[in-house]
Design a protein around this ligand. Structure first.
Ligand code: PGA
Length: 233
């Protein structure tokens, strides 16, 4: 594994909005975030990447808002088609997504559970994202689940911690993430599951945790801003 000096090391705060927010709520999020961001001097912690992942149909609105308001936020998708463009009703392809996003979540436990997505399908999705130059954020519930080759960012998201208010402990998250890194030769692994503004710094303090993937607490601009400020680097 290539070692990265702490100064060069990037960390990630990623908001996964799931199936939340109408278009006007999306605009309101960015407007409110921009106001608060201005009040702190338009500065984000050095080395911290801010990413939000809205539903497909709000990617364009999010993109416009981020440009208009000059926000240092990148966009991610929550899913991607396992096919190229063509006769696949309802699917959104990598070539369409890349017009807006730099990242794509693949294999979130909700997709595995409610949409029966299995490893074979996820390998295809990861390959298509890579082909379009979209960075994959690949979710796994433990250190045993296989990870497609070429994935550079993984999120360890234990199912018991997602949306429950009961996160994994920072110590255990650190332990599992270290295992994931050594088993898969991956250098960027995030933690996800019940992160909020009050507990985020405990995870950022850990040696191997490169950031967080956040659902519920990323929906509110104030809470997103507080997480950004509390993510001690
Ligand atoms: P949560 O969701 O922060 O609401 O627990 C995390 C996730 O599903 O990525």
């Amino acid at each position: 594994m290539v070692s990265i000096s702490p100064k060069e090391r990037k960390k990630y705060l990623i908001g996964n909005w799931k199936s939340n927010k109408t278009k006007s709520q999306v605009s309101a999020f960015f407007q409110e975030f921009a106001q608060k961001f201005k009040s702190i001097g338009n500065k984000k912690p050095e080395g911290l990447e801010l990413i939000v992942c809205p539903v497909f149909i709000h990617l364009e609105e999010s993109y416009k808002q981020i440009i208009d308001l000059k926000l240092p936020i990148l966009l991610g998708a929550q899913d991607i088609s396992p096919f190229e463009m063509g006769a696949f009703t309802g699917e959104v392809t990598g070539s369409q997504l890349k017009e807006y996003v730099s990242f794509c979540i693949i294999g979130h436990s909700e997709r595995r559970k409610y949409f029966a997505e299995d490893d074979a399908l996820l390998v295809k999705k990861a390959a298509l994202a890579k082909r379009e130059g979209i960075e994959v954020i690949y979710c796994v519930p433990d250190s045993l689940t296989s990870i497609p080759k070429d994935v550079k960012i993984v999120a360890y998201e234990p199912v018991f911690a997602i949306g429950t208010g009961t996160p994994d402990t920072p110590d255990n998250a650190q332990k599992v993430i270290k295992e994931i890194k050594s088993k898969n030769n991956i250098s960027l692994v995030l933690y996800g599951g019940s992160i909020n503004k009050d507990n985020i710094s405990k995870y950022f303090e850990k040696e191997d945790i490169d950031g967080v993937l956040v659902g519920t607490s990323s929906l509110d601009p104030d809470s997103f801003m507080q997480m950004m400020l509390n993510a001690a680097l």
